[in-house]
Design a protein. Structure first.
Length: 143
């Protein structure tokens, strides 16, 4: 599915619709250049899960964990792998344990950096900057 969003609010709404269907244990792989809307998408996704905290990209922290208020999902793990360069560095942040959480959902900015660690069963989201506020967003469900 591909959709053009013309405002940040539309990007949030698209993310919220995905969050409404998400199941525990799923990974969302966000892909796109700097400024393409990965963090904006994550903000809408987190809002739909009932997260009230201000969402920012964990560029320097690498991983942020948020408590979720749904019965089936208890945590959202938000990862930003922009500063990591190898699978070994990614293993070092505890990715194996994060992926094993049966009550967690993982959303990863710069997911392509996971290489062979990226699960085959995932949702790939490609974000492309068109112009100020306008994005092309493609969602692919991989199994």
């Amino acid at each position: 599915m591909t959709q053009i969003t013309c405002t940040i609010e539309e990007t949030h709404l698209l993310a919220e619709s995905l969050a409404a269907t998400i199941k525990p244990g799923q990974l969302i792989a966000l892909r796109g250049d700097l400024g393409s809307g990965k963090t904006a998408f994550t903000k809408g996704f987190a809002k739909a899960l009932g997260i009230k905290q201000h969402i920012t990209s964990p560029t320097f922290l690498i991983v942020k964990t948020y408590e979720v208020v749904r019965d089936d999902i208890r945590k959202l793990y938000h990862l930003d792998l922009y500063r990591l360069e190898s699978e070994e560095e990614i293993k070092g942040i505890g990715i194996t344990e994060i992926l094993k959480d049966p009550y967690g959902v993982v959303i990863v900015e710069w997911a392509e950096r996971m290489g062979g660690l990226l699960p085959k069963d995932r949702i790939d989201i490609y974000l492309e900057y068109i112009d100020e506020g306008k994005r092309k967003i493609t969602i692919e469900n991989n199994k």
